[in-house]
Design a protein around this ligand. Structure first.
Ligand code: HEC
Length: 172
């Protein structure tokens, strides 16, 4: 085999295998960005048991409560602050979100989060979503702190303060 033939063979091989691999990579990149950007986000989280599901946030959405929630979200929550998965902006794109399936909830998407009742958020935060990467905070956050972080989570969707406490299936 002379040099030219060898070069030709390598070029053919590159096209035969390199091209499909490259295309597959592009498709993966494209679909993962689509998933991140999805709003409303696909949501298959289990519903909280009735006694939790019906709970309403007892706290007023005051600036003080929302700011307490923000500091819990960004640093105080142990073992891991929420921002590491849900992102500092709450868009679900935290540094630890990579590879998590399902992806952490994107709180900036009002169309996903506005329909989820307070009691559901409370339950997930306290108990975690078993086998899905969402830790349980029961041992490290008291009820007040959990409700504060919920007020902040709702603010991330730019939900108006007046609406923060009224959800369609909870208005009796
Ligand atoms: C290690 C990564 C990780 C951390 C840290 C984390 N979460 Fe999550 N969270 C997830 C994942 C993954 C999901 C998606 C679970 C699902 O779809 O069932 C989720 C889902 C949620 C949901 C959605 C529940 C629902 O029913 O839709 C809420 C609310 C939530 N997290 C709040 C928080 C709060 C508040 C904190 C901090 C106190 C936090 N998370 C910390 C990974 C994380």
């Amino acid at each position: 085999m002379n040099g030219n033939e060898q070069r030709e063979k390598i070029t053919v091989l590159l096209f035969k295998f390199g091209l499909p691999v490259f295309c597959a990579f592009l498709v993966m990149l494209w679909s993962s960005t689509l998933l991140w950007a999805a709003c409303p986000q696909p949501r298959n989280t289990k519903n909280a048991p009735e006694e939790y599901y019906k709970k309403l946030n007892p706290l007023e959405p005051t600036m003080e409560n929302i700011l307490q929630g923000k500091s819990i979200f960004e640093e105080k929550a142990k073992p891991l602050a929420c921002k590491f998965c849900h992102g500092s902006k709450g868009d679900g794109n935290g540094i630890m979100a990579v590879g998590l399936t399902p992806a952490p909830r994107d709180f900036t998407c009002a169309r996903t989060i506005d329909g989820v009742p307070d009691g559901q958020l409370f339950w997930i935060i306290m108990k975690g979503a078993l086998g899905k990467g969402m830790p349980s905070y029961e041992k490290n956050l008291d009820d007040t702190q959990a409700w504060q972080v919920i007020l902040y989570v709702r603010k991330l969707a730019k939900t108006r303060i007046a609406k923060i406490r009224a959800y369609p299936d909870q208005v009796q």
